[in-house]
Design a protein around this ligand. Structure first.
Ligand SMILES: Cc1cc2nc3c(=O)[nH]c(=O)nc-3n(C[C@H](O)[C@H](O)[C@H](O)COP(=O)(O)O)c2cc1C
Length: 409
């Protein structure tokens, strides 16, 4: 096995993305880990914790690397899961700033992924937090979310036009401002995986008859209005989006090809770029994965080739880039156009030093353990050292439920 297949390749050539210059083209893609902590003054647990500070600092160790945070709620209304960080209050913004400062101290860069769950939310948590349960149309993604909604006595409601306006002008706008004051290099809108923005784009989740539904142009309207408004608040070079054209998860399915819808959307972004309003990057999930799992080969329907034909700026592609390790032909092919970054999530969980390993010795990569992705402990989070744990013994030794003392207050 070649010990350094990526060392002397384009992957380790610097590249300008928005206003920053990365030293390499490997990116940590957003990875939800449920380690946000409880604030003493609020219901819910949405404060970035010191466990997270350590986690991101570790992954920033190769100078010049771009990290994208786990999906982060833009407001309380965006929520509906416990343990997810938010960036809606001053306290949350300050806690994020500590993390951003730590990443910058390592000379790396960090993008905030902005999240609004919409119909995928757990209605019981929205109810507990006094929030509405909203979507473009009243179509539950599955039986379970419908059941939880009935149990909570909180039905899904169709967003009204004033509510859509508020989402753009308040929820996302406040979060974007907060992200800038925390010092984030980018604000990436989570436009993938069936969450609220993505659910506007698909016919299977958007049956509106007003200007936000019914045609390709109308289904793209929410996203474009959001991007246009945010571009007046923060420089477009600091804005980014993440799309998953091929994901059929969380109630999203396609009767026809997604390419016309997504090409239109990307073409509109390219038109803005041609007018001097170019986004920092466009992130796309490859069809080699479906959400958080590797796709079956027969499920792999399409290709993201069309993305780079329409969108001429920086693209970030992610999804099972280790399938052809250690040759990494796919990575080499994808970066060869000079404007593509390649993202990793699962192998970055189990290899905080992933960038160095890919550069110098991919044979030392440690396999991840899916059982540890969402535990409420530090075990399997910052203690991930790749050993085969004896679960019972190790859990007792290093398990560390998140404590108030670890919260950034
Ligand atoms: C535990 C876990 C959490 C994830 N959380 C997010 C998330 O918050 N936002 C997002 O856009 N994608 C999320 N993803 C998807 C990853 O960003 C990525 O697209 C996917 O894991 C494929 O990349 P990989 O093969 O390198 O893991 C998550 C994946 C995993 C495994």
């Amino acid at each position: 096995m070649s010990k350094s297949p990526l060392k002397d390749t384009l992957v380790f050539e610097p590249i300008q993305v928005g206003d920053v210059t990365l030293s390499n083209r490997i990116v940590y893609c957003p990875t939800t880990r449920f380690r946000a902590a409880k604030s003493p003054n609020e219901i819910g647990a949405h404060l970035p914790s010191d466990l997270m500070l350590e986690y991101y600092s570790q992954r920033a160790q190769y100078p010049g690397t771009l990290l994208v945070t786990e999906a982060t709620f833009v407001s309380r209304g965006a929520g509906g899961y416990d343990g997810i960080p938010a960036i809606a209050t001053e306290e949350e913004t300050k806690a994020w700033k500590k993390i951003v400062d730590a990443v910058h101290a390592k000379k790396s860069f960090i993008s905030l992924q902005a999240w609004f769950l919409g119909r995928v939310a757990d209605a019981r948590i929205l109810k507990k937090e006094g929030q509405k349960y909203v979507a473009p149309s009243v179509i539950y993604p599955d039986g379970r979310t419908k059941h939880l909604s009935e149990k909570a006595g909180l039905p899904l409601t169709e967003l009204s036009i004033p509510e859509i306006h508020d989402l753009i002008h308040k929820d996302y706008a406040i979060a974007a401002k907060n992200a800038m004051s925390a010092g984030f290099d980018f604000f990436e809108i989570h436009f993938a995986h069936g969450y609220l923005p993505d659910s506007f784009l698909h016919e299977s989740s958007n049956q509106r008859t007003d200007k936000y539904g019914g045609t390709i142009e109308n289904r793209a309207r929410f996203g474009l209005e959001l991007i246009d408004h945010l571009s007046t608040i923060i420089p477009p070079s600091k804005l980014a989006i993440r799309l998953s054209p091929w994901a059929e998860i969380q109630g999203i399915y396609e009767e026809t090809s997604p390419i016309p819808q997504f090409s239109y959307f990307l073409d509109q972004l390219q038109k803005r770029a041609n007018n001097g309003q170019e986004l920092g990057y466009v992130s796309v999930v490859e069809p080699r994965v479906q959400g958080v799992v590797t796709a079956d080969l027969e499920d792999m329907k399409g290709s993201n080739q069309f993305v780079e034909e329409v969108w001429k700026g920086i693209t970030l592609r992610a999804g099972n880039y280790t399938y052809d390790a250690p040759e990494f032909k796919q990575i080499k092919e994808d970066v060869s156009n000079g404007r593509t970054l390649v993202g990793f999530s699962r192998y970055f969980i189990s290899n905080p030093d992933l960038v160095s390993k890919l550069k110098n010795d991919p044979s030392s990569l440690v396999k991840y353990n899916r059982e540890l992705f969402y535990q409420p402990y530090n075990w399997g989070y910052n203690t991930y050292d790749g050993k085969d744990y004896d679960e019972d013994t190790e859990k007792k030794r290093v398990a560390k439920p998140i404590q108030r003392s670890e919260v950034n207050l």
